[in-house]
Write a protein that binds this ligand. Structure first.
Ligand SMILES: [Zn+2]
Length: 276
């Protein structure tokens, strides 16, 4: 099993949104995509931005989303194009695991029409039924979701339970590929049905936390987002609980690497750790 950490486009926020007190200077938030090459096929964790996101957030109500979170992505930066450049065809991707359904995580999903999609089934139903301001506040852009998504969704609850004693206090892990090396687990709070992925690699257990944390210091030093970010957080108490659980795991196990989706420095460090 080989793991590659790609980024597919980026947005900017004022630094102080993700880290209270960090000021108004814009910082870059890359959209992480993890690529796992496995004997069973290629698995992706999230799909980043793709050019279709820019088009989708330039229409109607979704223009608000595009104004708040400007989309920067070239055709070459989409995950499908980056995989093609490595000789991996879209059809080689057999599984996509989605942390959640925000646009910067599902932007490339339509490029992989043959993949099963491991995602929270309730979150998928919500994304298809939400309307108006409620939909916008949840960061959902339905045009990015394939029409046949409900038929392709595999809920974590449909997968076999995983050996997870060493992941405590995290719980609820399920085995995605049947060999105990790729586990999906709930990391609740940021959005409905938010999921993380554990990759058991030879040197390190990589815990891809999606948006359960926007930077590693949220986990290790309790540096929380600005209160304005609470407005887009589905359940603040559970969000705090997830951060505490990740911190407890990381303190107990130095071989665990917690990797948020939008922390550029952490992505660079994780690439180095994977390279051994
Ligand atoms: Zn998000």
């Amino acid at each position: 099993m080989r793991t590659h950490l790609l980024t597919a486009g980026w947005t900017t926020h004022p630094a102080g949104v993700a880290r209270r007190g960090a000021g108004r200077a814009p910082v870059r938030f890359p959209a992480l995509v993890a690529v796992v090459e496995h004997a069973d096929g290629v698995l992706l964790f999230d799909t980043g931005y793709a050019p279709r996101v820019r088009a989708a957030v330039s229409r109607g109500l979704d223009r608000v989303y595009g104004a708040l979170l400007p989309v920067h992505v070239t055709p070459e930066e989409s995950v499908a194009a980056q995989l093609a450049a490595r000789g991996v065809a879209a059809d080689d991707v057999t599984t996509v695991v989605l942390s959640h359904l925000h646009a910067d995580h599902v932007g490339g999903l339509r490029d992989f029409p043959g993949a099963r999609v491991v995602a929270d089934r309730g979150a998928v139903a919500l994304a298809r039924s939400a309307r108006g301001v409620g939909r916008l506040r949840r960061g959902l852009v339905p045009a990015l979701l394939p029409a046949d998504l409900p038929d392709r969704v595999v809920d974590p609850g449909d997968l076999p339970p995983a050996d997870q004693a060493d992941l405590a206090p995290l719980a609820g892990a399920r085995d995605v590929l049947g060999d105990g090396r790729v586990l999906v687990l709930p990391l609740p709070g940021h959005s409905a049905g938010h999921l993380g992925l554990v990759l058991r690699t030879p040197g390190v257990d990589l815990v891809l936390v999606g948006d359960a944390a926007w930077h590693t210091r949220a986990v290790s030093h309790g540096e929380l987002p600005h209160p304005v970010a609470r407005a887009v957080t589905a359940d603040w108490a559970r969000y705090r609980g997830t951060l505490a659980a990740l911190d407890a795991l990381a303190r107990r196990r130095p071989d665990v690497l917690v990797l948020p989706s939008h922390d550029e420095d952490a992505i660079v460090a994780a690439r180095a750790a994977l390279a051994g």
